[in-house]
Design a protein around this ligand. Structure first.
Ligand SMILES: [Zn+2]
Length: 170
């Protein structure tokens, strides 16, 4: 019985990406923030899967999709323990462990309206210093505002929302 359960959970994909060891409960957030939720490819999402290493974890499998650098960085911020495996012909051809950068550039918005990164005349790219990885604590290097994980707004996410807003306007 145990064997059968395991098999169902780790059903192999022929080609694509497996994001494993995601912090439990973060799979849907990752799909949303990386924009992967807009993909038309087959996805398998496991939430609260039992794990030897971390008790429970989430796992995402996406057929025929390989992640770009930005998406990997976003995942590293949301789930620093995640591993990303690239699959071809049912085999893992590459396995990467995400690593959160010491400084996060451009990926995240500073919501402080008076921050220089939001200046209307000469907006500059955002830059955040990672103070703590887990639980995440980052600080805007310009206005020194500190953010926790749940307060983070990704720049790509904002673009997406703007698009939606424009669509509604039309
Ligand atoms: Zn700022």
């Amino acid at each position: 019985m145990k064997m059968l359960e395991e098999k169902l959970k780790i059903d192999k994909i022929s080609k694509g990406t497996v994001i494993d060891h995601i912090d439990a409960g973060y799979a849907l957030t990752i799909l949303n923030l990386t924009g992967l939720d807009e993909s038309k490819n087959l996805m398998t999402i496991g939430v609260n899967v039992s794990s030897k290493k971390y008790q429970t974890k989430d796992i995402i499998k996406i057929e025929n999709v390989f992640l770009n650098k930005t998406q990997m960085q976003q995942i590293s911020i949301l789930s620093p323990n995640a591993t990303i495996s690239l699959i071809e012909n049912f085999k893992v051809i590459e396995k990467k462990k995400v690593k959160i950068p010491k400084i996060i550039k451009k990926l995240i918005l500073c919501v402080n309206q008076t921050c220089i990164t939001n200046s209307e005349k000469e907006p500059i790219d955002t830059e955040f210093l990672v103070l703590e990885e887990k639980p995440l604590k980052i600080q805007c290097v310009y206005c020194e505002r500190i953010y926790k994980l749940e307060e983070i707004v990704f720049t790509s996410k904002e673009k997406k929302e703007k698009k939606v807003k424009q669509r509604i306007k039309l």
